[in-house]
Design a protein around this ligand. Structure first.
Ligand SMILES: Cc1cc2nc3c(=O)[nH]c(=O)nc-3n(C[C@H](O)[C@H](O)[C@H](O)COP(=O)(O)OP(=O)(O)OC[C@H]3O[C@@H](n4cnc5c(N)ncnc54)[C@H](O)[C@@H]3O)c2cc1C
Length: 294
């Protein structure tokens, strides 16, 4: 199918983009990598009368460290994140998860800001942002604000961003020492959106025998990324042992409430979420130990 008619505008600066967006917020949509927006236009699921192309705004690209946090600007391509030594060193959970995003051509065009703004509940980036208690920077002509991931993702394709706001960067805070992370997921075919995915973060005590903090962030089990807060609380102070991960998996199955659809039943998603949680926690704990040995 072909998209409905729209006007196209390519601003030369962020300021220009924000000015146009402020005027036309109800009718306009920013165009980033186009990997989700263009299919939505073609299927007539979105009908903006104006597309504001962000691809010429080089100030919106780049990856850097700021006060210990990894900052990824909105127009940074998935592929740039995947290949960044800074991301691999500072935020390995992001480096691991991004490889699961679609196929290489999609990652070459798709952007970090686009993924976050699009807010697909099975997308990896929102799941990573939730796992790491990251924040989203929103910018409009009215100013700038930082929104914690927990408040940013509201529901299926729905975020806290106002129509005149652009996602301009996302921030991933640093993790304490003796912390390991792991991303695991199940999809029908390589490159498909996840049926279920999980990011685990495990911090260990000085003697490496006890969990001091754990986080579990799931994708594909709700309208937005879901933290398993009960399992996380139950893990605190537990020994580093297979039984601990198994017990956490049981808690996860009890606390999440996935829906069934044509791709997988709710029961299947619940079961798989437990299996992935158990494996991801064990792997993250192992990496916390290995990291400390290096
Ligand atoms: C076959 C296929 C498989 C895919 N598989 C996966 C997958 O497994 N995991 C995954 O996470 N993604 C997957 N994707 C989606 C891909 O990651 C997209 O790149 C991503 O969802 C959107 O990023 P984009 O830069 O292409 O944004 P666009 O498609 O350009 O925009 C998406 C939405 O975000 C808005 N937007 C974009 N940038 C901004 C901004 N800076 N501020 C405010 N709003 C903005 C747009 O207006 C639009 O509503 C897949 C896509 C395809 C086609």
């Amino acid at each position: 199918m072909k998209p409905p008619r729209f006007r196209y505008y390519a601003p030369h600066s962020l300021e220009e983009a924000l000015a146009v967006l402020a005027e036309m917020a109800d009718e306009a949509k920013p165009l980033a990598g186009g990997q989700s927006l263009i299919p939505m236009l073609n299927m007539r699921l979105a009908r903006p009368s104006l597309l504001i192309d962000l691809n010429g705004l080089h100030e919106l690209s780049g990856i850097e460290l700021d006060n210990g946090a990894l900052v990824v600007r909105a127009m940074t391509r998935h592929r740039a994140v995947e290949r960044s030594p800074l991301v691999a060193e500072h935020t390995p959970l992001l480096a691991e998860a991004i490889r699961w995003v679609g196929h290489l051509p999609i990652r070459t065009r798709g952007t970090v800001g686009g993924s976050v703004a699009h807010a697909d509940p099975a997308a990896e980036l929102p799941g990573v942002l939730m796992a790491l208690d990251g924040t989203v920077q929103l910018t409009s002509r009215r100013g700038q604000r930082l929104v914690p991931a927990e408040d940013f993702f509201i529901d299926l394709l729905t975020t806290a961003a106002e129509p005149d706001e652009l996602v301009t960067e996302v921030r991933f805070p640093s993790l304490p020492s003796r912390t390991g992370t792991a991303w695991l997921e199940v999809a029908r075919r390589h490159g498909d959106y996840a049926l279920v995915g999980v990011g685990a973060v495990v911090s260990l005590a000085e003697d490496f025998t006890t969990v001091t903090e754990a986080r579990l962030s799931f994708i594909g089990v709700g309208g937005r990324p879901v933290r398993a807060r009960l399992a996380e609380a139950a893990l605190r102070g537990q020994p580093v042992a297979a039984e601990t991960w198994r017990a956490a998996a049981a808690t996860v199955r009890g606390e999440i409430d996935p829906a069934g659809d044509i791709h997988a039943s709710a029961e299947y998603r619940r079961y798989v979420a437990g299996v992935l949680a158990e494996r991801a926690l064990a792997l993250a704990a192992e990496r916390a130990r290995e990291g400390a040995r290096q």
